[in-house]
Design a protein. Structure first.
Length: 403
């Protein structure tokens, strides 16, 4: 690799890496609010929050990498143009295609990384996130005692008010559903005027102490039977001993190898429909292929000649990539619903983008003329002048009529 290509790769790598970190931080900010709500009453909030954030990172990396690659290349080429280094390189006989090679190498590297992120890290991370969330909700007994909410914890549904003075809570409503030895459902209602939440010193187990309450049995006819009153009672905070379900509840929890092996719906352990399975597989593969195409779009978007550079490449690039992402997701949804074959919702769009990239790069690299976005800027300026002239003509005509 020549010094010029090494220089461009270094500049682009730093920019792309910074954009990936920045994008992940911005995307995580919104989710952090929901995470804090989940772990607010956890016995170990720092550990639970860290686990949930780590498991979310692969998902946000999948969003950040394509955007960072596109914008990173645009910014690098734009700076290279504004400093007149591009003009000097072209004058020295270096072609635009040769200067694009380091960006293609970065695209190939990120495509391989994306295959691993989308194909393994995201499904496993999504499942682990849901598992941690389930564990926090199940084991955090105090989370069930939020004011004005019904919360199911294990086989119990709780409601508690917190408008009583001091540390007391109430009124309290508990609905419990168990099975007897004959596998018959037994339902019980417990109500109490007030209660108090304490934590045992040795085991750190939360316990709800109830006072002045009643217990009722619920019959199959949804009628109450019996009225057992008590002055005091205690309920331990262990919510449920049932393990979280196995991975593979939907296609987003399946790795790409599992989706590939389940193309014909042969895996009995996964209950994912065949069309949903195949549409998800095509979408994951297309995201990696897209990273090999983006440099051919980003380089023309970042080109600037002369002393009047255009900075529209970043804005147009963002709009382009978001629109493309939504188009691919829409195609996946059509394929998953069985309205079209799963592959037709993805690959025709990728083919159109590839043809557009080929035309745009060829126009910029092998034909003399203004860069594509500079021409767009000139056209917009021309249209503004035409509109301004029309408006001035209308006002002039009105002044002549009034005079």
């Amino acid at each position: 690799m020549g010094k010029l290509n090494a220089y461009l790769m270094k500049k682009a790598s730093v920019t792309i890496g910074g954009l990936i970190i920045f994008a992940c931080c911005v995307l995580l900010m919104e989710r952090l609010l929901r995470i804090f709500q989940v772990v607010a009453n956890s016995s170990n909030p720092a550990s639970d929050t860290s686990q949930m954030i780590i498991n979310l990172l692969p998902y946000y990396l999948g969003i950040a990498v394509p955007m960072a690659l596109l914008l990173g290349v645009i910014i690098t080429v734009d700076r290279f143009s504004k400093s007149s280094e591009l003009t000097a390189a072209l004058g020295a006989g270096v072609s635009l295609f040769q200067m694009t090679k380091p960006f293609l190498i970065l695209g190939l590297f990120l495509a391989i990384i994306t295959l691993f992120i989308e194909g393994y890290m995201q499904p496993v991370g999504r499942y682990n996130y849901r598992q941690v969330e389930h564990s926090v909700k199940q084991q955090s007994f105090t989370a069930a005692l939020r004011e004005g909410t019904f919360t199911t914890v294990g086989n119990r549904t709780f409601f508690a008010g917190t408008d009583l003075p001091g540390a007391a809570i109430g009124p309290i409503f508990i609905y419990e559903k168990n099975k007897d030895n004959n596998e018959q459902n037994q339902m019980r209602l417990t109500t109490a005027k007030q209660g108090k939440l304490i934590v045992r010193e040795k085991t750190q187990e939360p316990v709800l102490q109830l006072s002045k309450g009643q217990i009722y049995q619920v019959l199959e006819e949804k009628q109450l039977d019996g009225d057992l009153s008590f002055e005091s009672s205690s309920i331990a905070g262990v919510a449920s001993e049932i393990n979280f379900r196995i991975r593979g509840d939907d296609e987003r929890e399946m790795t790409s190898l599992e989706l590939l092996g389940n193309r014909k719906g042969d895996y009995t352990e996964f209950k994912v429909p065949q069309n949903v399975n195949n549409a998800a597989l095509h979408l994951r593969l297309s995201k990696s292929i897209l990273l090999l195409i983006l440099p051919f779009i980003a380089v023309p978007f970042g080109l600037n000649y002369g002393r009047n550079p255009s900075s529209a490449g970043i804005a147009i690039g963002v709009v382009f990539l978001i629109s493309l992402q939504k188009t691919l997701e829409f195609g996946q949804s059509l394929g998953a619903a069985g309205k079209i074959p799963p592959w037709t919702g993805i690959w025709p769009t990728i083919a159109i983008v590839a043809l557009f990239a080929f035309w745009l790069f060829r126009k910029s690299a092998f034909k003399m003329g203004q860069p594509p976005l500079t021409a767009v800027s000139h056209y917009i300026t021309y249209m503004k002048e035409k509109v301004r002239d029309k408006v001035d003509a209308i006002f002039s005509a009105k002044e002549n009529l009034n005079s």
